[in-house]
Design a protein around this ligand. Structure first.
Ligand SMILES: Cc1cc2nc3c(=O)[nH]c(=O)nc-3n(C[C@H](O)[C@H](O)[C@H](O)COP(=O)(O)OP(=O)(O)OC[C@H]3O[C@@H](n4cnc5c(N)ncnc54)[C@H](O)[C@@H]3O)c2cc1C
Length: 540
């Protein structure tokens, strides 16, 4: 970089930080905004819709509401949270290209947001001067039921995808997460799992094409981006490689009638034995069956206990489910009265806790009913946990009062896909994944620290019982406790600490792809894949 360019980048970065630190408008701020806006106008395609009404600067009355609309964790919704210099809400691919080029010209970081569900807010927060490209306007879902595929734009929610599929077919579905407001952009680029996983794999196992804008502003599809980049964006985190505009997904077949159940057992009702036994059954049973356990510390009749909530989807009728359960898991004691038959789209509503009879139209609501402060972490379990150890875990949960643990079974199709097929490596050998979760409503540092301590304490307690080499985590359960990029966002050794937990041996291939497709490391953030060539990696 020549000296003149370096000086102008530093000047703009200084202007940028002045702008972000002071929301009061000043002539200097006006001028900076004008410079940015002019850049966006000059860089977008004149035949595309005008970009000016789609760019929001701090002085704009809608800036705050646009920013907050997709903040899904109250931890990052305070006045102290760093704010973007501007937000672009593209309606056309040329607006994405312009945002990339202008962020580059002005030395700004770019955050890409689709549904805003990143647990640690990395799609809309940065310590460096930054801008946000918010994809919510690009959310079309075009289903070809006959061909068994759909093109889905990144700003769509999972609820919108499920709704659109069910509107066209009663025997198709897509394997993805169970929360309807999650965004397609982050979810698919981080792998995406849900209750169809044991039969059909992850979302990324069912992606056949994608459209991406890369760091040079080129619009690429699978053919033009090449198989390496197409591999990387399917689970390696899209935001390290480009802005993903849309995905072509392969629909999967589901029966017209599926069966669900939700059964709760407390410790006094024998939960420990059933949870213990579940570990020997859940990943080996008929792959049409998915039984999740949610474990919560609760108070019953003035006594602390742990409640195990078993939530299930079976891809078949109740009679067949009862047969499978009586053969494989008689200890559970499933009864006909527990089983509810319904269509797949109704099962989506059931899993989202909507009462029976709710219209699928609720899946089109993009904003959750309530927001909370939250922190999550994850682990993988490869050996069943003994009853004594389970009892110790319950004790710890009751002592800490708040953490919830969710056990999601693996096996089935997940075990048949190789670890290197996609960047997501947690395949055969995993019995189940744990999600640790704390949510709270009280504001302030005391509550924040208390809850962060709670989740870190249960996570530490679990060390002996979970995968160790490495202790693994799921990228879509973003956890910055695992480590972040700090040294200029370019250190291989620093990034490999968290990178191998998410990607195991695939981390190295992700670094190689990154080095080729984004050699200037434009797409960088706290957990982006570093761009380092072998010589500089060896020198670290
Ligand atoms: C309530 C809730 C329920 C969840 N349930 C599940 C579940 O059942 N299964 C599961 O697998 N996960 C689940 N998750 C996790 C979820 O999959 C991830 O948080 C996912 O990354 C969210 O995607 P998003 O687009 O909503 O988030 P965002 O915050 O918008 O993005 C997340 C990450 O992806 C990047 N990104 C977003 N859009 C793009 C794009 N277009 N191009 C490139 N990069 C992009 C962002 O920059 C960021 O790094 C859940 C999360 C929440 C909050």
């Amino acid at each position: 970089m020549n000296l003149l360019l370096l000086c102008s980048v530093l000047l703009l970065a200084l202007q940028a930080s002045l702008l972000s630190s002071s929301m009061a408008e000043s002539p200097q701020q006006d001028q900076t905004q004008e410079t940015y806006l002019q850049c966006l106008i000059d860089s977008s395609d004149p035949s595309s819709p005008p970009i000016s009404p789609l760019a929001f600067f701090p002085g704009n009355p809608s800036y705050s509401s646009v920013l907050r609309s997709y903040v899904r964790n109250l931890r990052f919704n305070s006045s102290a949270t760093p704010k973007p210099l501007f937000i672009v809400t593209p309606t056309h691919v040329s607006h994405i290209r312009a945002s990339i080029l202008c962020a580059k010209i002005h030395g700004l970081e770019l955050r890409i947001r689709s549904g805003g569900h990143d647990y640690d807010g990395l799609s809309y927060v940065s310590q460096a001067p930054f801008v946000v490209v918010d994809m919510f306007n690009l959310r079309s879902v075009d289903v070809d039921a006959e061909g068994g595929t759909a093109w889905v734009e990144s700003g769509a929610t999972l609820g919108e995808v499920y709704y659109a599929i069910a509107a066209k077919s009663g025997v198709h579905a897509f394997p993805a997460g169970v929360c309807p407001t999650v965004g397609v952009g982050g979810h698919l680029s981080g792998a995406g799992y849900g209750n169809l996983m044991r039969k059909h794999g992850l979302s990324v196992d069912n992606v056949v094409d994608a459209v991406v804008v890369d760091a040079s502003g080129r619009v690429l599809d699978r053919g033009s981006m090449g198989e390496d980049m197409f591999w990387a964006i399917r689970g390696g985190g899209g935001a390290s490689f480009g802005v993903i505009v849309s995905w072509k997904i392969k629909l999967v077949s589901v029966p017209e009638v599926v069966t669900v159940f939700k059964v709760e057992k407390t410790l006094e009702q024998g939960a420990t034995d059933v949870v213990h036994r579940w570990q020997y059954v859940a990943d080996k049973v008929d792959e049409r069956l998915f039984i999740r356990i949610v474990l919560l510390p609760v108070v019953r009749k003035d006594q602390r206990t742990v409640k195990a909530k078993f939530v299930s989807l079976f891809l078949g009728r109740a009679g067949d489910l009862l047969d499978v359960m009586s053969q494989s898991f008689p200890e559970f004691g499933l009864e006909p009265k527990d089983c509810i038959e319904m269509s797949w789209i109704e099962s989506v509503l059931f899993w989202s806790n909507y009462p029976t009879g709710t219209s699928p139209n609720v899946l089109l609501q993009r904003i959750p009913e309530s927001e909370k402060f939250l922190k999550k972490k994850s682990d993988y379990v490869q050996e069943p946990i003994s009853k004594v150890a389970l009892e110790g875990i319950w004790e710890k949960m009751m002592e800490l009062k708040r953490p919830a643990l969710t056990f999601n079974p693996y096996g089935g199709r997940m075990s048949k896909i190789s670890e290197s097929e996609t960047p997501f490596p947690h395949r055969a050998g995993n019995i189940f994944k744990i999600q640790y979760s704390v949510t709270w409503k009280e504001e302030g540092d005391e509550s924040l620290n208390q809850n962060l301590n709670r989740i870190r304490s249960i996570y530490n307690h679990m060390t002996p019982f979970v995968a160790k080499s490495p202790r693994s985590s799921y990228l879509n359960y973003r956890d910055t406790d695992l480590g972040i990029n700090q040294i200029g966002n370019e250190s291989y050794s620093e990034a490999s600490i968290w990178g191998t937990k998410y990607f195991k041996a695939n981390f190295d291939r992700l670094v190689e792809v990154k080095t080729i497709v984004d050699p200037g490391n434009f797409f960088r953030y706290e957990q982006s894949i570093p761009c380092t060539s072998w010589p500089s990696r060896m020198a670290e």
